[in-house]
Design a protein around this ligand. Structure first.
Ligand code: PLP
Length: 384
């Protein structure tokens, strides 16, 4: 198998040299919703209707599977569309999910406010200690859902240890790998059964396309999820598939620069008297550093820090930064900054937030791929 960056560029996009084809080096955007056949009983090259199979989406799915070194990839209209289709496909009424208590808010809302109405319950545990998962397992438990690192506290879960517990109890382990992308972390190689992504973040990488994916090797789970990808219909559109392919080609170089900038900013902030603490798994003093280093080849581009002072000070800092747009989301080429307490995590009750360490002056940064010195200079002037 060729290396990651080579697969990112070539897989799923072999030029078509068949009679009459044009040899495009970039996959075309196949907008047709239906495909004509020469004979009624014989779909042309397997294509019938775009919800079921579309050439541009197929190219994306092949590329995403190749990035993970996996057998199967499936592309959806958003990360949560992927999550919903996964749950519908593998769980039924009466089943229980064990989730990391620091899961992405939208995933938590989906499990706790939507699937609960269909009789699927979720138990949340602090998965930074793998044995907490073992303790939460009941006869109803079917699936474990983790993220690592988490958002915005960058907590680390030990994927290998949790995969071992999942195997022992016959549970399915799902890892949402959005934060590190397949460039830095490959959960299937660490024992996970299924990887999910919001490709809206690093894989798309330019804050201009929403998408999600499911990557796996298991034939049975694949058949069930692929059936529902068509049956439920939350598929990635041809245009969105094209944009995601375009983004994925540069994932390797972008992730390197995101990480370089995140390290530089983390170290700069650690040395500022106006900063109480910096959370970045790449820092040696991060509580999950050793586990992160053992299971991933990098630490990503997201960091959080706690500012000395009040919410007003935090807001003032954001308004003084010129290169960091105040916005939710992450993983794009541009630097973004946000205050979880009043933005992404505003719907979490204040007591719960504070108990979990999300204070009013906790600030999350999605460090972009701009010039490193420019980003540091911007923080220097804003902190002053
Ligand atoms: C954004 C995000 C999601 C949800 O993805 P959408 O594409 O917004 O539906 C899921 N998990 C994580 C970790 C995310 O950051």
């Amino acid at each position: 198998m060729v290396a990651f960056s080579t697969r990112a560029i070539h897989n799923g996009e072999e030029p078509d040299f068949r009679e009459g084809a044009s040899g495009d080096v970039a996959v075309p955007i196949h907008l047709a919703t239906t495909f004509a056949r020469l004979k009624a009983g014989a779909p042309t090259a397997g294509y019938e209707y775009t919800r079921s199979l579309n050439p541009t989406r197929k190219a994306l799915e092949e590329k995403l599977a190749a990035l993970e070194g996996a057998k199967y990839g499936l592309a959806f209209s958003s990360g949560l569309a992927a999550a919903s289709t996964l749950i519908i496909s593998l769980l039924k009424t009466g089943d229980n999910v064990i989730g990391f208590d620091d899961l992405y808010g939208g995933t938590r809302r989906l499990l706790s406010n939507v699937f609960v109405n269909f009789g699927i319950s979720t138990t949340y545990v602090d998965a930074t200690v793998a044995s907490n998962i073992g303790k939460a397992i009941t006869p109803q438990s079917k699936l474990i859902w983790i993220e690592t690192p988490t958002n915005p506290l960058l907590k680390i879960a030990d994927i290998r240890a949790i995969a071992k517990i999942a195997k022992e109890h016959g549970l399915i382990l799902v890892v949402d790998n959005t934060f590190l992308s397949p460039y830095f972390q490959k959960p299937l190689d660490l024992g996970a059964d299924i990887v999910v992504y919001s490709t809206t973040k690093y894989i798309g990488g330019h804050s201009d396309v929403l998408g999600g994916s499911i990557i796996l090797n298991n034939d049975d789970y694949y058949q069930k999820i692929a059936y529902n990808q068509n049956a439920v219909g939350a598929v990635a559109s041809p245009f969105d598939s094209y944009l995601t392919i375009r983004g994925a080609k540069t994932l390797a170089v972008r992730m390197e620069q995101h990480q370089k900038n995140a390290f530089a900013l983390a170290e700069f902030l650690q040395n500022s008297p106006k900063v109480k603490r910096v959370l970045y798994p790449g820092l040696k003093d991060h509580p999950g550093h050793d586990i992160a280093a053992s299971q991933s080849t990098g630490f990503g581009g997201v960091l959080s820090f706690e500012l000395e002072g009040t919410l007003d000070d935090a807001e003032a800092l954001l308004s003084k930064l010129k290169l960091f747009s105040t916005a939710e989301s992450l993983g794009g080429v541009e630097s973004l900054i946000e205050i979880p307490a009043i933005m992404t995590h505003a719907s979490v009750p204040k007591e719960v937030r504070e108990q979990n360490g999300i204070s009013d002056t906790l600030i999350r940064v999605s460090v972009g791929i701009e010039d490193t010195a420019d980003l540091i200079d911007d923080f220097r002037q804003a902190l002053n």
